[in-house]
Design a protein around this ligand. Structure first.
Ligand SMILES: [Zn+2]
Length: 204
């Protein structure tokens, strides 16, 4: 494998580890799809975590603005699932620190751990294993910016856009592979439901 694996190599790795599955899935939003990615199934293997996060850090280094401030750079994650990638990127690119946001309950706003606060002007790259709807990434971006941090980019292992994926405008987006799954707004419009394919509900 090259220093930056190809899309096909990344997808093969995700399939080998069972992280990427074909089937018939329903998201909590009601969306149905023919493909589902559970990133931790790939990232729990250290050598895969390392390969993917080193590759992502190489993409980030291509951005001169990011490369110039790397010793001051924070890698921030919208949920703990992205931490293996975040620490891998931080180690590889030699960024300053890693921290994450979380929420105790689904109906509560995202927040950082007590006493963890971004500094005004702090340069940040938001990292996660996957960009799907982008809602957590958008909420984290807003949380960081409300504290005065400067978000320079988004970096994810997998970009799996849905019809409802947030638009991040001109913010640079880095990813190792893009997955084009089929999506149906609900069961009534789902081809897989019509064919009677067994349905699996997924949590996120
Ligand atoms: Zn369906």
């Amino acid at each position: 494998m090259h220093l930056i694996p190809t899309q096909d190599e990344v997808v093969a790795l995700l399939r080998e580890t069972g992280a990427l599955r074909d089937g018939h899935f329903e998201y909590p939003t009601g969306l149905h799809s023919n493909e589902y990615l559970q990133g931790p199934l790939a990232l729990r293997h250290y050598q895969h975590q390392r390969l993917l996060s080193v590759a992502l850090s190489r993409l980030l280094r291509r951005n001169p603005e990011i490369r110039a401030i790397v010793p001051e750079l924070s890698i921030v994650v919208p949920a703990t699932g992205g931490l293996p990638v975040a620490f891998g990127v931080c180690e590889s690119i030699r960024a300053k620190q890693v921290y994450w946001s979380e929420r105790l309950h689904d109906d509560e706003p995202m927040r950082f751990r007590q006493f963890v606060q971004p500094e005004p002007g702090e340069p940040v790259v938001i990292v996660d294993d996957i960009l799907r709807s982008g809602s957590k990434l958008a909420e984290l971006k807003q949380l960081l910016e409300s504290a005065g941090a400067v978000v320079l980019g988004l970096a994810v292992v997998i970009y799996q856009p849905t019809p409802n994926t947030r638009d991040f405008g001109s913010l640079p987006l880095y990813y190792l592979a893009k997955l084009d799954a089929s999506y149906y707004v609900d069961g009534a419009h789902c081809e897989l439901c019509k064919r009677g394919e067994p349905l699996e509900k997924v949590w996120v």
